[in-house]
Design a protein around this ligand. Structure first.
Ligand code: TXA
Ligand code: MG
Length: 317
């Protein structure tokens, strides 16, 4: 166990966090999607510490974070198509999987031995400042124990990883609330490996048809492990009312009985995404038999929300 310090944003906090990263320590930091558990992506031992802290199956490759597109171009091979997408959507909630450059310094452990890298330029100002100060790619999966609900506040991170991370930078709640879209551009056909706030509809005007990977796709993404993003209680989907002992998570006009929570009373998918992980945590109460969730439309951001909900509801290992 190490001492975990939660720091409010300041120039000093950013410098301390960057110094900790340069020593190979772990720092949790906010992004616009979820909080990341960061370590120096060029340091095999720091990357190994990330897997250890999360108790994550090490066959899952990690995303490396950079302060700007130019630094990302140093590590991956960006063809015209990849550059166009990077310029259109970075900084923002999109991860690009591209072939590793020959001189790529990112740990092979972070790539899980693949000849591709996953790169992302987040838009959260605290993340940008930390990445610029660190001056190296930072590998960062969501800052939660493997398989559990992703963190969207510093308190969530502390609840799961106290004693396993040196510093938590507290930037308040994340605005998007769901992990980034992972777009694989390493092959001819662009494929979304994990749905997120950047949808196929938004990408297609620039690069043509975009496939969406389902079960049996080539990469074992965390989103493809059967059970993931899971609270302790069982989760039941497409519910119109709670069953005996169940707590209810509504959406739009499907509200459940008094005392129920709602992802968005207005039926707003952006609000629902931002609330999803925090509400799954707060409804995960001892004494209840499960969490019943109202139907969410399978359009736009709803595709990513339903993807996370299906994992949360999947049979547990
Ligand atoms: O929003 C996010 O992306 C958050 C924040 C912290 O930035 N990070 C995050 O990282 O979710 P992580 O490491 O948990 O997600 C990694 C995702 C997985 O779906 C993984 O399989 C995929 O990216 N991935 C990473 N490297 C890959 C590669 N070389 N080929 C294919 N998929 C890859
Ligand atoms: Mg995760």
């Amino acid at each position: 166990m190490i001492e975990t310090r939660v720091l409010k944003p300041s120039d000093d906090a950013i410098r301390e966090a960057a110094d900790a990263l340069s020593r190979g320590e772990l720092v949790a930091f906010p992004t616009e999607t979820v909080y990341g558990l960061g370590g120096d992506a060029t340091d095999d031992r720091a990357v190994a510490r990330i897997f250890e802290a999360k108790a994550r199956p090490s066959f899952n490759p990690l995303i490396s974070h950079l302060p700007d597109p130019e630094s990302a171009f140093d590590h991956g091979m960006f063809d015209d198509r990849a550059r166009m997408i990077a310029e259109a959507f970075w900084p923002g909630p999109l991860t690009l999987v591209v072939p590793r450059r020959g001189d790529c310094r990112i740990s092979l452990l972070a790539s899980a031995g693949l000849d591709t890298v996953a790169l992302r330029v987040p838009s959260h100002p605290l993340a940008s400042a930390l990445l610029a100060a660190a001056g190296r790619p930072i590998a960062a999966p969501s800052a939660n124990p493997s398989g559990r609900v992703s963190p969207t506040t510093a308190e969530h991170v502390l609840a799961g990883l106290d004693g396993r991370v040196s510093i938590i930078l507290d930037g308040g709640p994340c605005s998007v609330g769901l992990e980034s879209t992972v777009l694989d551009l390493s092959e001819e056909a662009p494929t979304i490996l994990r749905p997120g706030a950047v949808t196929a509809d938004m990408l297609e005007p620039l690069i043509g048809a975009v496939g969406v990977a389902g079960h049996g796709a080539k990469i074992a993404a965390p989103g493809m492990l059967e059970s993931h993003y899971a609270p302790g209680l069982p989760v039941r989907l497409d519910a119109t009312a709670p069953g005996p002992g169940e707590l209810f998570l509504g959406f739009g006009t499907v509200t459940g009985p008094e005392g129920s929570e709602t992802l968005s009373a207005q039926g707003d998918l952006t609000e629902a995404a931002a609330n999803l992980f925090a509400l799954l945590r707060s409804l995960d109460r001892p004494g209840a038999t499960g969490i019943a969730v109202a139907p969410i439309p399978e359009t736009g951001l709803g595709i990513a929300i339903n993807n996370r909900l299906r994992r949360a509801a999947a049979p547990r290992a």
